[in-house]
Design a protein around this ligand. Structure first.
Ligand code: PLP
Length: 408
């Protein structure tokens, strides 16, 4: 038997079934028309953001990193709950516009921005977080052609990294940001060129569950930003401090202590270097805001036994849930939180492997899981499906096509 990850605290039981936003899994599937289905809960997102804002200093602005989940209705919903949006492509910019975000609420990071993406952003007045000196030149050229002052910030590649983070995006050679020692010269040059200078973006990692590691990294970010600003002799109107707040996916993962992070930030803010006194501070979060609010529902199509092992074969799989299958940035495959949604109140009584319908041994949703006995037609719920699910999985693989999605 292998343990399952912890079920997030935002769901209940109703009529013996898993309920999301007060409605049973089978009712949601009936409304959507079929499985597989991603369901995202407004209530879970609202609660999460409320808890976070209560823990953090008022001065912190919350940005949503939309790559976590760009589902149009969810993106629109987030617009009323966050203070800014972080995008990383021209395609995301189009989606953000359609969802009603204003260009001045948007910042655009990410390596390899193409000329047409830079033009569109500069023309609209989106903040570009510059990832290289070459990109800075291209942004200045675009601004000259368009006759506007571009909103520009520099993404710094810091020499430190976020300890314990799942994906490292700072420390040493990286495709992201500009090495910290080269930042002052570029910042000076941009300010001298008369751009609408926005400040710095310092992002050092993702999926950290250790509050101390995040607190250290935030202290480092503040120190580094102040030093770079002083060296360059430029103001820092805005500091995007990154994010990196993780969520518990696996057994023994525990929820991040946001109260500790909030208290540490409050202390930092009470004792800021002169150059940061008027600065606007932002955190950019993806999975922490939406990851635990999503559930992936898939139906059991077959139940079979091979060499004494029970397999529950579903109509879903890694083409929608690459991360839960263990194939999206994990070294050792572990089980996500998973349940039989239509038998949510029943006690576990057997050990089974839940697999997807793809013809590859990589397509696993749960290994050796202790579950209530499930039959063909039952629904399986995979939790923590609100981030890096639908849009981060190869839905065209094996001609399967995308899952349905709904916000409830
Ligand atoms: C991916 C990314 C995020 C969001 O990461 P989460 O782990 O989902 O919070 C934020 N900022 C940048 C620059 C990113 O690349």
């Amino acid at each position: 038997m292998k343990p399952l990850g912890p079920i997030p605290p935002y769901f209940d039981e109703r009529d013996g079934e898993l309920a999301i936003g007060g409605r049973t899994a089978s009712a949601l599937v009936t409304e959507a028309g079929d499985t597989p289905l991603f369901v995202y809960s407004r209530d879970a997102i609202t609660r999460r953001i409320g808890e976070l804002r209560a823990a953090l200093p008022d001065r912190i602005r919350l940005h949503y990193a939309m790559k976590a989940n760009p589902y149009p209705e969810l993106l629109e919903f987030m617009a009323d709950h966050v203070d800014g949006l972080d995008i990383a492509s021209g395609g995301e910019f189009e989606q953000a516009r359609e969802a009603g975000y204003l260009p001045r609420e948007i910042s655009f990071a990410g390596p390899g921005k193409r000329e047409r993406e830079i033009f569109a952003a500069v023309r609209a007045g989106v903040t570009l977080n510059l990832e290289s000196e070459g990109e800075a030149e291209r942004a200045l050229d675009a601004a000259k052609t368009l006759g506007v002052a571009p909103r520009l910030a520099i993404r710094v590649n810091p020499s430190f990294e976020l300890r314990g983070s799942g994906m490292k995006m700072g420390g040493g050679a990286k495709p992201f940001g500009i090495d910290e020692e080269r930042v002052p010269e570029l910042a000076r040059k941009l300010v001298d060129a008369g751009v609408n200078w926005r400040g710095f973006h310092i992002y050092s990692g993702s999926q950290a569950l250790d509050a101390e590691a995040i607190i250290d990294s935030q202290a480092n970010v503040i120190t580094l930003a102040a030093r770079l600003g002083k060296e360059a002799g430029v103001p820092i109107p805005h500091l995007n401090m990154g994010g990196g707040f993780g969520i518990p996916y696996f057994e023994r993962d525990s929820a991040l202590d946001i109260a500790a992070i909030g208290e540490a930030l409050e202390l930092q803010f009470g004792n800021l270097p002169e150059i940061l006194r008027e600065t606007e501070f932002a955190l950019e979060l993806g999975r922490y805001l939406v990851g635990e609010a999503g559930v992936y529902l898939t139906r059991i199509i077959d139940r079979k036994v091979s060499h004494g092992i029970t397999y529950l074969v579903t109509d879903g799989g890694l083409h929608h849930q690459l991360a839960a299958s263990g194939n999206f940035g994990t070294v050792v495959r572990r089980n996500y939180p998973v349940a039989i949604a239509t038998r949510f109140s029943e006690e576990p009584s057997e050990e089974a492997n839940i697999v997807g319908c793809l013809c590859t041994p990589l397509d696993r949703l749960a290994d050796q899981a202790h579950l209530p006995r499930a039959e063909i037609g039952d629904l399986v719920a995979v939790f923590c499906a609100g981030a890096y699910g639908a849009s981060a999985s190869p839905s065209a693989f094996l001609g399967q096509g995308p899952a349905r999605e709904m916000l409830v």
